[in-house]
Design a protein around this ligand. Sequence first.
Ligand SMILES: [Zn+2]
Length: 251
Amino acid sequence: MAPALAPAALFGLLIGSFLNVVAWRLPRGESLVKPRSKCPGCGTQLKAYDNVPVFSWLVLRGRCRGCGEKISARYPVVEAITALLYAGVVAAEHDHALKCALGLALVTFLVPIAVIDLDLKRIPNALTGPAAIVAVVIGAILDPSFLPEQLIAGAAALTFFLVPAMLSRKGMGMGDVKLAAVLGLYLGRAVAPALFFALILGVVVGVAIIANQGMTEGRRVKIPFGPFMAVGAVIAFFVGSGLVDSYTSSF
Ligand SMILES: [Zn+2]
C-alpha cells in the first residue's frame, strides 16, 4: 500500500499552524483556542484566507495585509517542518501502526518544545507531562509488548541526564532531564543514539560559538539544549533502531 504522503503533509501544515499558536501562547498562559490570531502590529484579527499555513505568508511576502508589519519567517518555517516530519513519519512507518503513531505524537510535542526552549530557555511541564502520558497510552493500546522497553528507556535516559543536571548550575536544567525521559518513552532503546546526537550537536554549536565570540564571551552564552534533543530524537526515530541493532549485533 502506498503511503498517503500528500494528506499527511497537508495535515502536518494544519497541525504546524496550531503548534505556532501553542509555542507562543502556552508559556504566556493564554488560551490555545481563542481568540483568533492577531497581527502584533495593528491588532487586526487574521481573516481565514490570510491564515493559510505557509501560503498566506508567501502571498503577503511576510507582511500584515492591514499595516505592513513584518511577520516572522519562523511561522511558515515551523509549519513546513511539521509538514515534512509528518510526511516523513508516514513514509517510513506507514505499515507499522505503533511507530507511526508514536512518531506523529513525538513530532507534535517536539516542535513547540524546541521553539519555546529557543525563545525562553525553558521547557514547560505542560508539554513534557502530556507527552509522557500520550507515549504510554499509545504503547498500551497499540503494542503492550513494547511498553517495558519504553519505560526502561525513559527511566534510563532520566537517570543519565539527572546527574549532570544536578551538578551543573547553568546549562542543563530539569526541563532537559524530563525531556530526556520523554524521548525514552517514545524511542525505546533508540533513545541512546538520540541523546548521543544531541550531545554531539551541543558540543559542535558550543565550540562554534566560542570560536566566534572568544572564550570569555562565548562561555557566557546560554544555549538551550532542548532543540538539540529534538533534532537528535528525530534523527534517531528514522535511523536509531538500525544503529542500535547493528551496534549490538557486532558483538
Ligand atoms: Zn497589522
